[in-house]
Design a protein around this ligand. Structure first.
Ligand SMILES: *[C@@H]1O[C@H](CO)[C@@H](O)[C@H](O)[C@H]1NC(C)=O
Ligand SMILES: *[C@@H]1O[C@H](CO)[C@@H](O)[C@H](O)[C@H]1NC(C)=O
Ligand SMILES: *[C@@H]1O[C@H](CO)[C@@H](O)[C@H](O)[C@H]1NC(C)=O
Ligand SMILES: *[C@@H]1O[C@H](CO)[C@@H](O)[C@H](O)[C@H]1NC(C)=O
Ligand SMILES: *[C@@H]1O[C@H](CO)[C@@H](O)[C@H](O)[C@H]1NC(C)=O
Ligand SMILES: CC(=O)N[C@H]1CO[C@H](CO)[C@@H](O)[C@@H]1O
Length: 716
């Protein structure tokens, strides 16, 4: 998801170009490098053939079969950006504004009790809302390598999404997977290894969905850099050119795991794959996602990435978000009334529309949302701060989060057992702290919209994946609680007046490096780190060197890697610094000695090109540690590296196989539908008939007449 109020006026200005708006987007495709090809895959497979979804489909079918054409169309589109739920007057705040509660809102079918769905960012907590918890970022969670913590974080987050009355959580993010170290949104996901990413995503989905909130795995697929990702008037979004094996073994793996645990929604990426935009790539959605992986839920477009009406419907897209064309705010949509027309003029089979609507409704039933009706109430807490009305919204935030953060801090280097401080060097010595990253932004932790600045302690990256901090516990406050006479130098350049420290004096130097979504440019970085590259920001590298020149004892927090700790940045760090807790994080990616230790296709961002930018995955499977292993290059810190305060050794280890390896090829997938099946539909007299996979029919039939929706008669 990507938009901001700030860019709304720009869109309005672009509005005058509306007739030309889609020109580049829907023109003939640009050529992609030889060997890459986006095959066609039609028709779109129906949902409803997986046992665990069958009950939800039966109910969904019964409801959708009562809907008129206009009603079915209404629930497959958002109501438009900044539109949708109109909050009750007393619920309005500057955040929600008069027209906006959730970042996405669908149409409803009030007549049959199907509500508007509220779809909400972000990846580390309920976005754009107050009284929520700013959890540690995905990358911090990945660094725990701890399944119980991954799940517990998701349960707590899911309760907050539920407590705010949302239906759909726009997370987890597993694409980007982290192919490019300079990539802007790697921090939202769990790490650069497909199995780590997949396992963490699956646990996240389970934790969220057990709270009755639909999870959305995103972004399908190849969204490995931020710059040039979007289709607009002048240029297509870049094309990620990926061969089939690389797609399956790396980038698709987390999506497969998500489908296996029953994820309710998938969001497509802004970019193209093999030249075909992800929001209308039939091989990707119909072929790989729905047919091969057997996904039963709904496929939605990322915000404003919808660039065709008929084509995207046929290619398998089910929900257009936030409802506009890629030029928003003009009331135009490629679906809604246009989808009604497309069905009436025969361009989109009614059968496809039925499946689109059924998938949306089935996900809603699957998560029990019919029995748990809700309405977003993001600002209710302003009035009821001490009341028991929102127990889910404030879920023991500090206790729960402290717990997470402590266990994700990764100790990369600890020469001579320098840490923890109490056991070692600080006994009696003085402590000096350097770096603006040690203290919360003086204008408040939420001062910059969608955290689009890097001032003070860095608890999250920037963009749609963020949440508002209810407060931020910063490191300097937490350190002062332990060491009252600490000297803090709130500067990123070493103070010229600083004299010669005593031998037992300890320096803590705080530095950071930020990245985010392409919607904002921060200190010259367009989401990706195109300006800063891999260096620390604000001269952090120099600050460390200056301090190291003078101090015998320098602890650099980059060596104690806090990642993006969320709101509980301070205590969690001091607990580790002072030895109350042993650090137990592990790197969820590799740190190389230099950028050029990785191949250019991975180490470099794709810059501007006339026409469509081509991002070709020529390195194949060899990203991160896989490349280093293949080439025999030593990393600075390896994937999985992380020290603790304990020492141990083992000797004479041996390995023995406990289960025989599987046969070379995995077993075939279960059949889609063993035979046609008929669902008797109570008193209403409807029955659903689902054809064999090859027929792909899913029709409403009348029990009494035996006739089906579009004049077909089912076989008996
Ligand atoms: C992209 O092209 C490659 C090479 O032809 C092919 O193996 C792969 O399946 C294609 N992927 C998609 C999503 O079109
Ligand atoms: C479409 O959804 C909107 C928003 O919920 C609702 O006001 C309208 O009545 C719906 N239209 C139909 C035909 O149900
Ligand atoms: C049907 O209607 C859609 C939406 O207005 C339009 O894009 C499409 O070209 C039409 N198809 C035909 C065959 O007229
Ligand atoms: C807010 O929504 C939640 C979830 O639907 C509900 O339990 C709670 O009562 C609502 N609170 C208010 C004040 O509306
Ligand atoms: C490891 O094996 C060697 C040789 O068998 C033996 O001498 C030694 O004690 C073993 N070490 C441990 C820790 O068991
Ligand atoms: C309990 C709590 O943190 N309440 C806060 C909810 O948000 C409002 C601002 O929107 C604060 O004033 C409350 O303190």
């Amino acid at each position: 998801m990507a938009y901001s109020a700030a860019s709304a006026c720009l869109w309005l200005a672009l509005g005058s170009l509306a007739p030309a708006a889609l020109a580049r987007s829907v023109g003939p495709r640009d050529a992609v490098p030889a060997g890459y090809h986006a095959p066609s895959y039609y028709p779109a497979p129906h949902g409803g053939w997986v046992d665990s979804w069958r009950e939800a489909y039966e109910k969904a079918y019964a409801l959708v079969s009562q809907m008129t054409l206009a009603e079915k169309v209404n629930i497959t589109s958002g109501t438009g950006i900044y539109m949708g739920y109109v909050p009750r007057r007393q619920d309005r705040t500057w955040l929600t504004g008069p027209y906006r509660v959730c970042v996405g809102n669908t149409g409803s079918v009030d007549r049959l009790g199907f509500p508007q769905l509220c779809l909400q960012d972000g990846a580390l907590g309920v976005g754009s809302a107050d009284n929520i918890t700013a959890f540690p970022a995905g990358i911090t969670t990945g660094a725990t390598f701890d399944k119980a913590l991954m799940y517990a974080r998701a349960v707590a987050m899911g309760k907050e999404f539920r407590g705010k009355g949302t239906h759909v959580h726009l997370g987890p993010s597993v694409g980007p997977l982290g192919r490019k170290p300079l990539g802007g949104r790697n921090w939202e996901g769990f790490g650069s290894d497909p199995v780590l990413q997949a396992k963490a995503a699956a646990l996240h989905i389970q934790g969220i969905q057990e709270q009755g909130v639909i999870a959305t795995i995103k972004h399908l697929i190849g969204n490995e850099q931020e710059m040039f990702r979007m289709y607009h008037i002048f240029q297509e979004g870049y094309s990620a050119n990926i061969d089939d094996r690389t797609l399956h073994e790396l980038y698709l793996w987390p999506f497969a795991e998500a489908v296996r645990v029953g994820v309710g929604a998938v969001m497509t990426a802004y970019n193209a794959v093999n030249g075909s935009a992800c929001s209308q790539n039939s091989y990707l959605i119909n072929g790989i996602l729905k047919d091969e992986l057997g996904f039963q839920g709904m496929v939605m477009s990322d915000w404003l990435s919808h660039i065709s009406g008929v084509d995207s419907a046929l290619a398998g897209l089910d929900l257009n978000m936030p409802g506009d064309t890629n030029i928003p705010l003009l009331g135009n949509s490629l679906w809604m009334y246009e989808l009604t027309r497309s069905v009436l003029n025969g361009s989109v089979p009614v059968d496809r529309l039925n499946d689109m609507a059924t998938r949306v409704v089935a996900a809603w039933y699957k998560l029990g949302q019919d029995k748990n009706p809700r309405r977003p109430n993001f600002s209710s807490h302003t009035r009821n701060r001490d009341g028991p009305l929102y127990p889910g919204a404030i879920f023991s935030p500090s206790a729960q989060v402290n717990w997470f953060v402590n266990d994700a801090i990764t100790l990369l280097k600890n020469d001579g057992g320098f840490l923890p401080l109490t056991a070692g060097p600080l006994r009696g010595g003085k402590l000096s702290v350097f770096g603006t990253d040690a203290q919360v932004n003086k204008n408040g932790p939420n001062a910059c919209m969608f955290r689009s600045c890097n001032r003070g302690t860095l608890g999250m990256g920037w963009g749609s994946g963020v949440a508002e901090y209810p407060y931020m516990d910063d490191p300097i406050t937490a350190i002062r609680k332990r060491v009252p006479d600490v000297k803090f130098y709130d500067t990123d350049s070493f103070p010229w007046f600083f004299g010669q420290p005593a031998d037992d004096e300890v320096a803590l130097v705080f530095l950071s490096s930020d990245a985010g979504e392409n919607t904002f440019t921060v200190e010259g970085n367009h989401g990706d780190r195109d300006a800063s590259q891999l260096a620390a920001w604000h001269g952090g590298d120099k600050l460390v060197q200056e301090a190291a020149k003078r101090f015998r004892n320098v602890v650099v927090v980059a060596v104690l890697f806090a990642h993006l700790p969320g709101q509980e940045a301070g205590e969690s760090l001091t607990n580790v610094l002072f030895g109350d807790v042993s650090p137990s994080g592990h790197l969820p990616y590799t740190i190389t000695r230099k950028a050029s230790d990785l191949p250019d296709s991975v180490a470099k961002l794709k810059g501007f090109a006339f026409g469509q930018v081509q991002d070709t995955y020529s390195e194949g499977l060899y990203i991160d540690y896989r490349y280093l292993n293949k080439k025999g290059i030593k990393p600075r810190f390896a994937f999985g590296h992380g020290l603790g305060y304990t020492t141990f050794s083992f000797a004479n280890a041996s390995i023995r196989a406990v289960t025989a390896p599987l046969s070379a090829t995995p077993p075939p997938p279960p059949p889609k539908a063993a035979s046609n099946w008929v669902v008797p539909r109570g008193q209403g007299g409807f029955k659903a008939w689902i054809g064999e996979a090859s027929d792909k029919l899913f029709l409403a039939c009348d029990t009494e007449t035996g006739k089906c929706e579009n004049g077909l008669t089912p076989p008996v």
